[in-house]
Design a protein around this ligand. Structure first.
Ligand code: KMT
Ligand code: NI
Length: 178
């Protein structure tokens, strides 16, 4: 079962891969109330069924650790920073962990960070407009994940402008309020 909890918000530039567990757990129902769905998926067939049901047409597989950057620590850290910057993409997205582990943080309605820890077989659906960030865990420092896209991969991360809520977030907030 996925581990989810409120983040302690005590992360720094150098320790954001640590757990930062506030000790306040978050239930699957709470995640669902913000449109974030967790599923345990054991087989490729199950994954294909979810993709079909939700009309996902594309996917790719990524490995992330320092070796993927040919042990160039600066390049690796730069990518880690990018993933940890609060953002969303222009489409609903699915992430499915195959190996290793990672933290996906999502904002709740009150803009607090919920941290989910994804390990192999964990699948998370992040709705469009839901701000999130990602980091490897300090323990594993490695993840292999499948990223599923509805249409063409929309990779561009739209970083958050804290001065104004984007249209997509406003629409998302209306959807989860309804
Ligand atoms: C995201 O959307 O931030 C990511 O997909 C992070 C990398 S997937 C292991
Ligand atoms: Ni993202």
């Amino acid at each position: 079962m996925v581990q989810a909890f409120y983040h302690d918000n005590k992360d720094t530039e150098s320790d954001f891969t640590k757990e930062h567990n506030s000790g306040i757990p978050v239930s699957l129902e709470q995640l669902e109330s913000i449109g974030v769905f967790y599923r345990r998926v054991d087989t490729e067939d199950e994954l294909n069924a979810i993709a079909k049901e939700r009309e996902y047409k594309n996917r790719d597989s990524v490995k992330l650790n320092v070796e993927t950057f040919k042990n160039d620590l600066d390049a690796f850290n730069a990518q880690m920073k990018k993933f940890y910057k609060e953002h969303y993409h222009e489409d609903e997205e699915i992430r499915y962990v195959v190996e290793g582990e990672g933290y996906f943080d999502v904002r709740d309605k009150e803009d607090r960070w919920i941290r989910t820890k994804l390990v192999p077989h964990d699948l998370l659906v992040l709705p469009l407009g839901c701000y999130h960030r990602f980091t490897l865990t300090d323990e594993a420092k490695y993840v292999k994940a499948i990223r599923l896209f509805k249409d063409e991969p929309k990779w561009e991360a739209i970083n958050r402008d804290l001065n104004r809520d984007s249209e997509a977030r406003q629409e998302y907030l209306r959807t989860i309020a309804a």
